[in-house]
Each structure stands twice: as structure tokens, then as C-alpha cells.
Design a protein around this ligand. Structure first.
Ligand code: HOZ
Length: 443
């Protein structure tokens, strides 16, 4: 963090205890973190160490308060520590925390998912989005007898070897879209096309037999990039024409961009879907699923192997179930409305300051780029003014608004972000943008 912030009432001060803890953490964890993008490599400065969260707010160990638009990178659609989830966890915890044996809770959560996403006739719970995407790749390859996958530049599908090719999220933030340690032989099997480019996708899909075409239906890991009208429909046609499976990675978009996810929003049904984040309501849950014929190829019915000791963990299931039950279509619509207000406010703010800004949202997921031209793919995203983003991020943080510490990550709004929080956010961000521009003019 910048340590030059002047004392302004209600504005976070430089964090002494956070800095001390981070210095120790760097001795224990690479970069002091347990997931790279948290290290603030994308914005510079020092991450704060969080002490607690409640509703729309988090507090760091120095007592600074922030309106939080990261929300644990998406899962907390009800906000931090919602009583409805805490009560459900307390109740389940009394009965034991893990069994490695089927529980009724798994079934209840699967039913809740299928009610919202009826194309997920069967699913398998896992503990992270990486596991879900990795398992989908295996299933798609086994089902089609083909080896190649096609993904889109800037999309992130977790950190399994096959997906660390022109990937988004932390790897994009750090400028390392490919990773050493991924065997060339495997990386060669992953083809990439620019997002929103149907022509390039069709060309690749016709040139090599593909097991699957995978995408984030709205990109969140390369910054927020929505699909152009017809793109997702076009992918469905290309997949059908070429015999590839169409896979929606809805780890970020699931229960965010619509009550029923991308299928509801875009009217296109994928063959397989990966879920994560909101499905666990802040506990480690992810899932993959599709029609019975595909999913019954998974062991023990089929021979495609995939397993996990903590898969379907009762505490995690309870967190997800309480969250999905609370997230009614009405509540979903209300959060979307507030997200729209936030995005409208961002655009107005930028116009007032004379700064080019592309800002958009889908449901309760949003994002913005400082750019004067549309952002249709990751190359466009990289043309945005990242230096201004960095200054804006720090100025916002100093004024008590926590945005994702990367120009290439989406933001999220929760049910706990009421009108008062949105108004306060916009006021602070307006001030932050002024400060970021003034600082830019000085340097
Ligand atoms: N891959 C996550 C965001 N796209 C970041 C996870 C984390 O650092 O917690």
C-alpha cells in the first residue's frame, strides 16, 4: 500500500500490523500468500491482512474498514458472515465435520442446483474450480476419444496443466500466461482463440478434432468481458458441427449472471458445466455436471476416474445450501439492480473526470477498464490504462473501498450492499479517481 496517505477521518491508514504479518508470511509462503493474485503483484504495494468481515465490509488487522467488492473473489453473494449461513454451519458442525460417506446434504445441494440449472441432471461435488475443470477435461477426452481442447485467451479454468495456456486471473496479472512445469506435449493439446472471435474458433475447430471448447460465458478472469451477441450461440453450432463438447466454466458466473447461470441468460445449453464459488457460499465447494449419459461415464458407474476425501463435505454442503436457498430470484434481481447502479455511477464518475472508461455488469458481477474503445477480448483488455487502474485501486483502498487488486479480475456485489453502501462507494471512488489523476499528472 502507499504509505503516504494523509490522515482523513474514516479513511484507512497505512497498516502497521498488516505489514509486520506480511513480512513474516513471506518467510512461510511464496510471496506471503496462498494464491498468487492476493500478493498485489498487479497493483504493487503491500496487501493488508484481514481480521474479519460482516455484510458488505471487511476490517484489516489494523482496524481499517473497507467496503468489499472482491467478496472472497466471488463466493459471498450474501455478503460476509450472513447469519443464515453461520446458523446452518453451526447446526451441521455439531454432528461432525467430515465422514467420507454419503450424506443427505449432498443430495439437497444437488437438487437445489438442478432446480436452477436443469441441464445438470447429474453432478459430482469437488472442492475447487481447478478440480472441476480438470475433471471435465478428462471426461471430455474420454467421451470423445480426442485429445485437443480449445480455450479462449484470458479465460482461466484453474491451474491444471492443460489450462495454463494463455490463461487469465493471477497468471495474466503477473504477465505469465503459461507456466514452466507444464509439459510441452500437454500444452500443445490446448489451442486458444481470442474471445468473441467465432471465425478463429471455427477455423481451429475444423482443423483439429476437439474434445471440448471451454469458456467462461462472461469472462471474469481477464477483467470483465461479456460475450458479443451471437458468440455463445455460434460456439454451440461449431461444437455441434465438429463433435466437440461445449463446456461452460461457471465457477465465477454461476448464480451470479442470472439465477440459473449462463444457460438462462444466453439461452444456450452446454454439454458440461463447472461450478464453484457461490455454490459453496464461502466454503470450499465446486462441482461439475451435465446430462446423465455423460456423467455416468465417471467412476464408479463409468471408468473415468476422479475422487476426493473432502468432496461433498457436510459443512461445505451446508454453506452452499443455505446460500442458494436464500438467493431467491427476487433477491438476485435486487442485487443485480444495485450492481447496475454501481456501474452507471462509475460511468458517470469517469465522464465527469473526462476519463475514458468501459464499465459493464452481468447480474451481480461487474468490471471496468480505463479504455476509450470496446473491450471484446483479452488483447483489448491489455490495451487499457493499467497504470491509472493501479493508482485508482490504491486511492480507493485508502478511502475504504476494496476493489480486486488487478486490472484483470471482475468485481462482485452482494445482498449486503444496500443503496447506502453503493452511494458511499461512488462518493469515495469519485474522490479516488480525482486523486489518481492528480497523482498521474505529478509523475
Ligand atoms: N483465481 C481467483 C480469482 N480469479 C483468485 C483466487 C484467490 O486468490 O483467492
Amino acid at each position: 500500500m502507499t504509505t503516504s496517505a494523509e490522515a482523513v477521518p474514516g479513511i484507512p491508514r497505512p497498516s502497521a500490523q498488516s505489514a509486520a504479518l506480511m513480512a513474516r508470511a513471506r518467510q512461510r509462503f511464496p510471496g506471503g500468500v496462498n494464491s498468487p493474485v492476493r500478493a498485489f503483484g498487479g497493483v504493487g504495494g503491500e496487501p493488508f491482512v484481514v481480521a474479519r468481515g460482516e455484510g458488505a465490509r471487511i476490517w484489516d488487522v489494523d482496524g481499517n474498514e473497507y467496503l468489499d467488492y472482491v467478496l472472497s473473489w466471488g463466493p459471498l453473494v450474501l455478503g460476509h458472515a450472513p447469519p443464515i449461513v453461520l446458523d446452518a454451519l453451526a447446526d451441521v458442525m455439531q454432528k461432525g465435520t467430515s465422514f467420507g460417506i454419503p450424506t443427505g446434504l449432498e443430495l439437497q445441494l444437488a437438487d437445489a442446483v438442478a432446480e436452477r440449472m436443469p441441464h445438470l441432471e447429474m453432478l459430482r461435488f469437488v472442492s475447487s474450480g481447478t478440480e472441476a475443470a480438470m475433471s471435465i477435461a478428462r471426461l471430455a477426452r474420454a467421451h470423445t476419444g480426442r485429445q485437443h481442447l480449445l480455450k479462449f485467451e484470458g479465460c482461466y479454468h484453474g491451474h491444471a496443466d492443460s489450462f495454463l495456456v494463455k490463461a487469465g486471473s493471477g497468471v495474466a496479472t503477473l504477465g505469465l500466461p503459461n507456466s514452466p512445469g507444464v509439459p510441452d506435449e500437454l500444452a500443445k493439446l490446448t489451442l486458444t482463440a481470442p474471445f468473441n472471435d467465432l471465425e478463429a474458433t471455427a477455423r481451429l475447430a475444423r482443423s483439429v478434432p476437439l474434445a471440448a471448447i471451454l469458456l467462461e460465458p462472461v469472462v471474469g478472469n481477464g477483467g470483465f468481458i461479456p460475450p458479443q451477441p451471437g458468440f455463445i450461440e455460434g460456439l454451440r453450432q461449431i461444437a455441434d458441427e465438429t463433435g466437440a463438447l461445449l463446456v461452460f466454466d461457471e465457477v465465477m458466473t454461476g448464480f451470479r449472471i442470472a439465477y440459473g447461470g449462463a444457460r438462462e441468460r444466453f439461452g444456450v445449453t452446454p454439454d458440461l458445466t463447472a461450478l464453484g464459488k457461490v455454490i459453496g457460499g464461502g466454503l470450499p465447494v465446486a462441482a461439475y455436471g451435465g446430462c446423465r449419459a455423460l456423467m455416468e461415464q465417471i467412476a464408479p458407474v463409468g471408468s473415468v476416474y476422479q475422487a476426493g476425501t473432502l468432496s461433498g463435505n457436510p459443512l461445505a454442503m451446508a454453506g452452499g445450501l443455505a446460500t442458494l436457498r436464500a438467493l431467491t430470484p427476487e433477491l438476485h434481481a435486487r442485487i443485480e439492480e444495485r450492481t447496475a447502479r454501481l456501474v452507471h455511477g462509475l460511468r458517470t464518475m469517469a465522464a465527469r473526470h473526462g476519463v475514458p472508461l468501459v464499465a459493464d455488469h452481468a447480474g451481480s458481477m461487474f468490471g471496468f477498464f480505463f479504455r476509450d474503445a470496446p473491450v471484446r477480448n483479452f488483447d483489448d483488455a491489455k490495451q487499457s490504462d493499467v497504470a491509472l487502474f493501479r493508482r485508482f485501486f490504491h486511492a480507493a483502498r485508502e478511502r475504504g473501498v476494496y476493489l480486486a487488486p488487478s486490472a484483470f479480475e471482475a468485481g462482485f456485489v452482494s445482498a449486503a450492499h444496500g443503496d447506502a453502501e453503493i452511494d458511499a462507494t461512488l462518493d469515495r471512488l469519485d474522490d479516488a479517481l480525482g486523486a489518481a489523476l492528480a497523482e498521474g499528472a505529478r509523475t
